[in-house]
Design a protein around this ligand. Sequence first.
Ligand code: DGJ
Length: 734
Amino acid sequence: MGIIFHEEEKQFHLYNDDISYVIGICPDGEVGHLYYGKRIHERQIVKAYQTRGVRALCCNRKEDENYTKEMAQLEYPAFGNGDFRTPAYEILQENGSRVTDLVYVSHRIYAGKKGIPGLPASYVEKDSDATTLEIVCEDAVAGIRVTLFYTIWEQRPVVCRHARVENMGKEMLDVRRALSLCLDLPDAEYTWMQFQGAWARERYPMERDLSAGITEIESMRGHSSANVNPFVIIKRKDTNETQGEAMGFHLVYSGNFVARAQADTYGKLRFVMGIHPQWFSWNLAAGEAFDTPEAILSYSASGLNNLSQSIHGFLNDHMVRSPYKNKPRPILLNNWEATEMNFDEEKILNIARKGKEAGVELFVLDDGWFGARNDDYAGLGDWFVNANKLPNGIYGLSKKINDMGLQFGLWIEPEMVNEDSELYRAHPDWVLGAPNRPRTLGRHQMVLDYSKPEVVDCIYKQLYDVISNASIHYIKWDMNRSITECYSLGVAPEEQGKVYHKYILGVYSLYERLMKAFPQILFESCASGGARFDAGMLYYAPQAWCSDDTDGHERVKIQYGTSYGYPIASIGAHVSAAPNQQTGRFITIGDRANIACFGTFGYELDLNEISDEEFAEVQKQIQFMKEYREVFQYGKLYRLQSPFAKDTAAWMVVSQDQATALVGLYRGCKIPNVGIELLRLQGLDADAVYTVDGSGEFYGDYLMASGIPTIDVSGDWFHGNEDFSTKLFVIRKK
Ligand code: DGJ
């Protein structure tokens, strides 16, 4: 397994048990793409797909009239020299030319994988986990060197890519586009899946046909966004959950991005993904380099579910860095929906006390504890305690919470500032905004200019003081508005095209510093719910608040859609009060918990306010979750029935040893007079005998081939008499 270089044919074959990725050198020296997909023999020399133009409109060089870039499959193509498709990069030179020609110069193959300076990236635990190929290409005229990085993983159907652009010449270069990957496929008979939505309905799957024209998604919001996620699946048209070819593409990045598929008129498909080139311009002086973010390519020959399982394992093992990596996540209680900003110490302690009685492990104090933060017009930027609400400080409160036997966690929103804050009054030029123009506000707040190191420093120092003077185990890092008027005050005009990216680098650097200073902390990322749920964030924060929509019924859709690209252990999911704050819908506390348990699990309400019966149920839910959370969070996920396709949705998790499975079944609106449907399970040991909810004896093959009834005629469970009723089955090996 690993990477073979066929010297004579100049072909690189990256392979493991599941996949092959073959790269060649084109007749003109450019790096070409030969194959990506199911594993083929590594000794196979792959023939170049059509590269010869058949009509005069195809352009070629006179040294080789049989070769045209227009027909070639390329690894990191430019525009302007015969390839008319979307390019991977574009570099403006001092003489005004954008024409470039990168040709292969050398390569290096080594065990392991390096990090990318300043950026999140997948990592190896040991060098034998992966093999890396670096291909160096140069344009001698403009003095450009581009290194293409490819890492193939030993045990995963995954290849990671990124590129480094270096200025080897004497003149300035202006990098106008540097994407993370280009993948040219020989045909375009594919369907594209994107995960889109908005606040409170994040990551709904949506399909588009790819066979003609351009298909594109983007975020220009300065963050990866709730509107569309930087994760895309390209699959064969007949691929479904259990069969068919599917390719996943994650951008390990939390800022502006683009993903585009372009079917050309020869029936081929180009896919590119990376930092959005709009408003991007990165000048490189002699000797300087620019690294793109990483893209993760995952592959399945047997359906979407298998693709998701590979992705889950990969992100959990090679992206998440945290003391909580592959560990059960603490069951938490968050005060936001219970109090919003209207609290004092006693109110908080009351909520926490009840949480302790219920069995929760971590209490999280949300927005409103700092500066003059009594509403969302003031306080952001002032990370010192609001002594009117908390006279004993964060230290005093955290100690009292710890003394109850609970861990303590804190909310922050470190990238933002209110006009009404000490920070803004002292540093009005620390905010993003165009000179002499009004700023667009979002939730009455402005965006701090994280492209300036002094801003990041100041916030770090403030947070360091709070955290180091209290006992804090968890931080919820929120971000509640998109970026507008992206301009860095007092900075040279030619540096302005860097600001969006430098902003994100600033965010990453603050995470890095806090993680280093406080390695015990579990970070949860959040952006008005799930508006920055991406692989880049997972590198720092192993879990992300999935959505502000905690309505049980809506959450089935949101969590189901999220599960295509992200592991269950990353999905922040809580039981909140009913009727729900976002939808006004009433769903029972049991039904609300039956969806939240397919996530990190916690509560987002005042448990003092619920009835004694409900409280007793909460205590049982927590006990149940403590017993089964490892299976929920790290078991293999099987999506059984999509809430986007049917009224009743279902999914299940199976422990790695196949001894325990948990099946969640979720009904939408009641339908009268339905027949008995059987839900076929997956992932069980076919020859083992299982019980369902502690009774019966069922072979695994029977439960998978025949199934369990989704409605009980006797009516004592999943009765179907209520809208939005749910049922959780516990399947255990005897
Ligand atoms: C948005 C988050 O998604 C909520 O959970 C909460 O933390 C609020 N911000 C607080 O302002």
